[in-house]
Ligand binder design. Sequence first.
Ligand SMILES: O=C(O)c1ccccc1N[C@@H]1O[C@H](COP(=O)(O)O)[C@@H](O)[C@H]1O
Length: 224
Amino acid sequence: MKRDIKICGLKTEEAVDKAVALGASHIGFIFFPKSPRNIEPSDAGRLADRVRGRVKIVAVTVDADSDTLDEIVDQLSPDILQLHGKESPERVLTVKAVYGLPVIKAFSVREADDLKKIDPYIGIADRFLFDAKPPAGSELPGGNGVSFDWKLMHLLDGSVDYMLSGGLNKDNLAEAIQLTGAPGIDTSSGVESAPGVKDLGLMEAFFEAANKADDKTAVAGRGN
Ligand SMILES: O=C(O)c1ccccc1N[C@@H]1O[C@H](COP(=O)(O)O)[C@@H](O)[C@H]1O
């Protein structure tokens, strides 16, 4: 099974094209005004049109109201909605019913009990995303470039489909993959030269690290 790779927080044609050329399975656009990666829905729609059908387009929102979601869905036509706030299971069900789109529900993790928070969402969310808790004082629920203890993922039921995120970068990715075997990985600030500024070289290095880690996993799987 090929591991999904999502590059999040894209704002330019160059970064979108590069992510797709490198083999991203998903690209994410952030709709959260306090984020340095925030983008207008119409601008995200124009960027997505360059690569539509070649990669899954993900709209990342945080406790968005219906008017905001209506505009994002109308302008971007995403393939997936990522709900990165405190959306309840009922809200996730409503969003799925209204827009007819799959939902990735994000959770922030620091300790074992945090993983239990997904229980009421099982069978409702299509996929989970595990991010670190934001550092004290941060106004961002994600995109903080901080990681959590990846060993906690061993506590998760193996049938749960998820993306690992939180501070993943070219230097720590191999260890994260080796420890978790995550079916999907997600990065934003780990491929940036400054908040909100994607670095094409860092993106390349991230994919190189992912491919190398996958090669090692495959070799280990063959018992060599
Ligand atoms: O990236 C943001 O600014 C952001 C804002 C609001 C909600 C989610 C956001 N990003 C998500 O957080 C993860 C982890 O980011 P990082 O790699 O630690 O920088 C990212 O993949 C986005 O899905």
